[in-house]
Design a protein. Sequence first.
Length: 239
Amino acid sequence: MCVATTQGEIGYILQTAIQSLLRRHGMPIPVAGIITQVVVDKHDPAFLNPTKPIGPFYSVEVAEKKRQELGWNIIEDAARGYRRVVPSPQPLDVIEIDVIRECLGKGIIVIAMGGGGIPVVLSNGEIVGIEAVIDKDRASALLANRLAVEKFIISTEVEEVYLNYKKSTQRSIRNAGIEEAKTFLAQGHFLEGSMKPKIEAAIDFLEGGGEEVIITDPDHIVSGLDGKTGTHIHGRGKS
C-alpha cells in the first residue's frame, strides 16, 4: 500500500509537471501515470535476508534503539548513516505491461514502475500484494527489456560510477563493457542498497537484449545522451 500511495502521489506531480512543460512549448502530447504491479516469488530468498534501505538516515545510537525496540534490520548505508532494510525480491513480470506498451504505441508519455512497482504474488489465479520493496532499477530494467528498448538511463545522485568510492583511490568509470562491469561487481566495488543494484540492473538489461546503459545524475542526462559525461556500459559486441 505504501508503494501504491507513492506511485499515485509522485506520479501526479510528474504528470502535471510534464504536461505543463509540454503545453508551454505547444506540444499537446498526452501523459499517463500507470499504477504498476510487479510479480515476485513468495519463496524468493530475499525474504529471509532483508537488504533494501528505506526511510530516513539515523545516527548509530538512534539506529540501535530502533533495532532493539522495533526489531528492525539496520545497516550502514553508503557511509551516510544507518537505515532500516526490508526484503527486496527479484522482479519477475509486470502486470500492466500490455497497457504500457499500448499507450506507448499511441504516442502517450508513460510514467510507470514507481518505487520499483507494487510487489505482488500470483496465488490460485489471484493477484495478492506482499510486504516488500522491489529495487526500482532492477524493476525498470525488466520493464525496459519487456518493451525492447535499446538504451536504458539510470538517474542517480552522482555524475558517474566510481571504483573505490569515497576513498583516496577513487576513480570514475566512463565506459565499460558488460564483462568489465561484472568483474567490478565481483570485486566488491559497489555497496548493497546503493550502486550495486544499479550495476546489477545494467547487467540484467544488457543480458536481456539491451544495447547501452547510461548512469548519471539528472543534471547530466542530456550530456550523457550525447556521450559527453556519465558512465556508459555496453552490451557484448558494443564499444
